[in-house]
Design a protein around this ligand. Structure first.
Ligand SMILES: Nc1ncnc2c1ncn2[C@@H]1O[C@H](COP(=O)(O)OP(=O)(O)O)[C@@H](O)[C@H]1O
Ligand SMILES: [Mg+2]
Length: 294
């Protein structure tokens, strides 16, 4: 491999977003001392190369695909965009089934259509052709209102750039999705506090995104994604703006959330991260090149 560092390279420390997010001090300084259920126990010093330890239970060893009902079905899906008077085809003929409780990684070069595919799965966009079925419901047959509700309750999104609202504090950011959609009988304020505790941010609830590091921001985004207790978590390069160690913490959170039964679809550039998924799907030029079930 050549010397030049790229975003695609595993384990690259990307300090850009940390400074953009006003990080001061290390992630460790910010963590409460007691063990939190979603927090990992990775110990290493800056001198030695960091090796991410992911704690998975025996019954869900990497590579095992659960025998469960399909929760996401992508059937003969094509997606194209109209640019001027030209139709640009992005996804060609995608077929993909994700089962309940599965942890799927999607890998592929930049521009290959990974985010486009994830946006379709998360109802942020509709396919040009083909079917997307989520929890047995055909997206093509739903109204915009029904789609918004299903998305709000059943899908949690986590993005590379966190996508927090700058003028809201952590607690308000976590609670925000419930203003559009919430499950009946849930005290959303209490739930938002509990989720921030779960991700180890008890002492950052009233901080705004500019007062949080990249890792803390992503933990807020994870708490936000869980506020309506969705069955599916979609994460688009969730560790792409984080250093290896913080990325590892986030990966451990995903692993635990997956072991609790949530279906996770995660886009990543990093084979070291993808290897903890049950299955890796490779997307290239808008086509699924391989689906690894080993
Ligand atoms: N809204 C859009 N309009 C036109 N082209 C788009 C749009 N969104 C994405 N694309 C194009 O689709 C291709 C795939 O993009 P994307 O799914 O973001 O790739 P990836 O996430 O794999 O990097 C890119 O060439 C991109 O420029
Ligand atoms: Mg992308």
């Amino acid at each position: 491999m050549e010397d030049k560092k790229s975003d695609d390279e595993p384990g690259v420390v990307n300090s850009g977003s940390e400074s953009r997010n006003g990080a001061s001090g290390s992630e460790e300084d910010a963590l409460p001392s007691e063990d939190r259920s979603l927090m990992s126990n990775n110990e290493s010093t800056d001198e030695e190369p960091f090796v991410c330890e992911v704690n998975r239970s025996e019954k869900r060893a990497p590579g095992s695909v659960p025998e469960a009902a399909p929760i996401i079905e992508v059937i003969n899906v094509k997606k194209s965009y109209i640019l001027g008077d030209m139709e640009v085809s992005i996804l060609h003929d995608i077929n993909l089934t994700v089962r309940e409780g599965e942890f799927l990684a999607i890998m592929g070069p930049s521009g290959s259509g990974k985010s486009t595919l994830m946006n379709l799965i998360g109802f942020l966009d509709r396919p040009t052709e083909g079917k997307i079925i989520i929890k047995g419901r055909d997206v093509n047959k739903l109204s915009d209102k029904e789609i918004a509700r299903l998305r709000g309750l059943e899908v949690g999104f986590i993005f590379q750039t966190f996508n927090l609202i700058p003028r809201l504090n952590a607690l308000e950011n976590v609670e925000l999705p419930t203003y559009a959609n919430a499950r009946e009988g849930v005290d959303t304020h209490k739930k938002a506090r509990e989720l921030l505790e779960l991700v180890g941010l008890d002492d950052r609830m009233h901080h705004k995104p500019s007062e949080l590091s990249g890792g803390q921001s992503q933990r807020v985004a994870i708490a936000r994604s869980l506020i309506n207790d969705p069955a599916i978590l979609l994460a688009d390069e969730p560790t792409g703006n984080l250093d290896s160690k913080t990325g590892c913490e986030i990966l451990n959170m995903f692993t635990k959330l997956n072991e609790e039964g949530r279906t996770i679809v995660m886009i990543t550039h990093d084979p070291d991260i993808a290897k903890y998924a049950d299955r890796v799907v490779l997307v290239k030029d808008g086509i699924i090149q391989s689906q690894d079930n080993s």
